[in-house]
Design a protein around this ligand. Sequence first.
Ligand code: TGC
Ligand code: FAD
Length: 394
Amino acid sequence: MTARFEGIDFYDVDALLSEEERMVRDTVRSWVEDRVLPVIGKAYVDRRFPKELIPEIGELGMLGANLPEEYGCAGLGNVAYGLIMQELERGDSGIRSFASVQGALVMYPIHAFGSEEQRAEWLPKLAAGEKIGCFGLTEPDYGSNPAGMITTARRRDGGWVLNGAKMWITNGSMADVAVVWAQTGQAGDARGIRGFVVPTNAPGFSARDQKGKLSLLASDTSELVLEDVELPDSALMPGSSGLRSPLMCLTQARYGIAWGAVGAAMACFHEAARYAGERVMFDGPIAGKQIQQVRIADMLTSITQGQLLCLRLGRLKDESKMTPQQVSLAKRANVDMACNVAREARRLLGANGILAEYSAMRHMANLESVYTYEGTHDIHSLVLGQAVTGLAAF
Ligand code: TGC
Ligand code: FAD
């Protein structure tokens, strides 16, 4: 009998990482094992985001980790950042979502498009986890097509007045600050879209928890309502300009999701491989049955492909050569891969696979949201179709 492969790095991707990248990965991995895995099953069943972990997430430098140190961030490279997302999502997609939104969708735009005052006011507190942020782009009638948004920002008395509603907003009910995208021009004018930094205690701003979810249960998802929210001129992010600005944020978040999905798949694979070795049926471990070996081989192959895809994408990002279309390919491929791995892992576990005590079904349900948010799988198909054919088929 040959030796068993128990790890989750079949192609020794480890050898392609720097010492710092490995150290970051191992630190987050240990933290997730010690602090997330023991509580996440219950938090999920209780439909509760484990908010008590936020200060530690901040303390370990996991929020906006690829942003500069001068604003209290870790100033890491993009591969290390991706590995943080991978390890957080080995715990749960809800934990990774929290960090993705805070870092890529709130801190990134404030850093990229905000004024120096906005950066100084918000970035250090967001990095430390002392303040929580959310990102409002999607609206009830404008999901895949944010260009059509109907939330407006109108000039009044040297400031702005915001009106509208945002839907499906991660961190929405617990946020101190919302990055809100609104139309300052005529309806449908994508170039009139601007971003605002909105304190959630502003009169007229309210958030309502989204009820009835069957996915991402350990995550805060909310609707935001803006009714005559009066803001000073300084709330506008001066560098934001058109739909391109929120789409640039999505590129950052989708990059992290491509890594995170690999983490969820690794967790499912690990659990399934171990279970197969322990579960005896028909006089032997199910690991010795050919059908389960095909399952395991398929999972291992697709996870390995996903790991290599992320690493190459991260190196391109570090060289400032990464394109949004390359990110679309990785988000689309890796999330689809992780959905398949989670489903097959759940099936391999038999009845135990439906329990919260195991992670496969939780990941499987979570990944259905990940498949839909940050550009649905279909939207990324169309982005790639356009990249190849030159024809937009949206
Ligand atoms: P289009 O005309 O193609 O583009 C408008 C301008 O933006 C530029 N651009 C991008 N820039 C950076 N990154 C990208 N990914 C970009 N995509 C496009 C483009 O070059 C153009 O620039 P310019 O200078 O010419 O003005 O815009 P379109 O209206 O045709 O839309 C294209 C489409 C459909 C791909 C886009 O609308 C899209 O991506 N839709 C999906 C919406 C989406 O992903 N929403 C996500 C909401 S946030 C979320 O889900 C958070 S979940 C968080 C969590 O919990 O982890
Ligand atoms: P729709 O756009 O209505 O799509 C419905 C279906 O039609 C999909 O299958 C889609 O692929 C398909 N479709 C759409 N257009 C086309 C086309 N042209 N051709 C073919 N098929 C098409 N948004 C935020 O702004 N901030 C957040 O923090 C946030 N967090 C989220 C958290 C969760 C848990 C979820 C589920 C969503 C979150 N979203 C957030 C919203 C998310 O980005 C949207 O759900 C997503 O963009 C899709 O929009 P939609 O749900 O309105 O679907």
